[in-house]
Design a protein around this ligand. Structure first.
Ligand code: KIV
Ligand code: ZN
Length: 385
């Protein structure tokens, strides 16, 4: 099995979502759950951005054990100094520094020539290396860069000591096959890539962050970055739980594994939703309320006969105790009888058909049918037979 490293940036890129600000206690509570989840790296914040974030990163660096704690910094000495200061007590500190490499970012945002960008990148990595051994370099907007230039930057920062190189699709512009092509290109043309881990970091502006990340992993990336529930700026980041489960469900076909305890996924998602105040859509893959619910008669019949007919993941594997058969006007006789039996009722065949017809009439008016509705239908106050 090839081991894929999981880099969680819920507390940094995720926190950049509109309307989210996490204080130190909130960050610590989420980070402790991320440790339980078994991610390899926790990006705790952007220490130079505010005194509060510096203090938060410092606390997480001191409190978290057995995980790499990372801080973000631009390729600016002051940022790197703040980052190093906040990571002083970390068992495994990592500085994540970098600069944009696409033509539009270099010319319009940075107002730097490509040569100046290379020089700044190398100086930043060398400066960070004075403090820590583990330095990750991000080539911001890598997907829209000119690939020979990207190769030149990556070769030079690896030469300067970068241990991980990150090639983000910062604006979520890639398609899966193009992103995989970029990973392949980098692995083929960066002459010293064997001295660093290649990391991928996708955004979801076109709804393809998970697909692009999985494509990048299949093409050989060694680390994937993302957030729990996919929170992040604009349309968000890659949803880590989706990538983790895509890798997990395909592990025998592709031979890739992570160190994640998948049974902690549901609890982690709920915690992040509660603390950030950003609800998880009901239909969201893996962690949405409907992810393991079956509503239509055909599906319910299939699942009751054999779970895998309509479930590719056993809900217990992600920490959801069991799937749910929702009774509605779309439910068939099989699901109806099954729920009655679970409640302790065993009606005769003829009676069952009459009850089913009454159930359908009620469901047409009411939508979802709950257990108390069934008790009422059976003329029972709730006590089981
Ligand atoms: O999306 C991005 O390019 C980033 C970098 C700062 C790593 O978040
Ligand atoms: Zn990002």
């Amino acid at each position: 099995m090839r081991r894929l490293y999981v880099f969680d940036t819920t507390l940094r890129d995720g926190e950049q979502s509109l309307g989210i600000t996490l204080n130190v206690h909130e960050k610590l509570e989420i980070a402790r759950q991320l440790v339980k989840l078994g991610v390899d790296v926790i990006e705790a914040g952007f220490p130079a951005s505010s005194p509060g974030d510096l203090a938060a990163v410092r606390t997480l660096a001191r409190e978290l054990k057995g995980v790499i704690v990372c801080g973000l910094s631009r390729a600016v000495e002051h940022d790197i100094d703040c980052c190093a200061e906040s990571l002083r007590e970390a068992g495994y500190p990592r500085i994540h520094t970098g600069i944009a490499v696409s033509p539009v970012h270099m010319a319009q945002k940075l107002r730097l020539s490509p040569d100046q960008v290379v020089e700044t990148a190398v100086a930043a990595v060398k400066h960070a290396k004075k403090y820590v051994g583990d330095v990750e370099f991000y080539a911001e907007d890598a997907f829209r860069s000119e690939l020979p230039f990207l190769v030149r930057v990556l070769e030079q920062v690896i030469e300067a000591g970068a241990t991980v190189v990150n090639i983000p699709d910062t604006v979520g512009y890639a398609t899966p096959w193009e992103y995989a092509e970029m990973v392949t290109y980098v692995m083929k043309h960066v002459s010293n890539i064997d001295k660093a881990v290649l990391s991928i970091h996708c955004h979801n502006d076109l709804g393809m962050a998970t697909a692009n990340s999985v494509a990048g992993i299949m093409a050989g990336a060694g680390q994937v970055e993302g957030t729990i529930n996919g929170i992040g700026e604009r349309a968000g980041n890659t949803s880590l739980e989706e990538v983790i489960m895509a890798i997990y469900t395909q592990r025998n076909r592709h031979g890739i594994s992570t160190g994640v305890q998948t049974r902690e996924i549901s609890a982690t998602s709920r915690l992040v939703a509660r603390i950030t105040g950003v609800p998880v859509p009901a239909h969201k893959a893996i962690v949405g309320a409907n992810a393991f619910m079956h509503a239509s008669g055909i599906h319910q019949d299939g699942v009751l006969k054999e779970r895998t007919t309509y479930e590719i993941i056993n809900p217990e594997v992600v920490g959801v105790p069991k799937n749910r058969i929702v009774l509605s006007a779309r439910s068939g006789r099989h699901a109806f009888r099954h729920r009655l039996e679970e409640l302790g009722y065993h009606p005769e065949h003829d009676n069952l058909e009459a009850l089913y017809q009454s159930f359908l009439q009620l469901a047409d008016q009411k939508g979802e049918i709950f257990d108390q509705d069934l008790h009422a239908l059976l003329g029972d106050s709730g006590s089981e037979e």
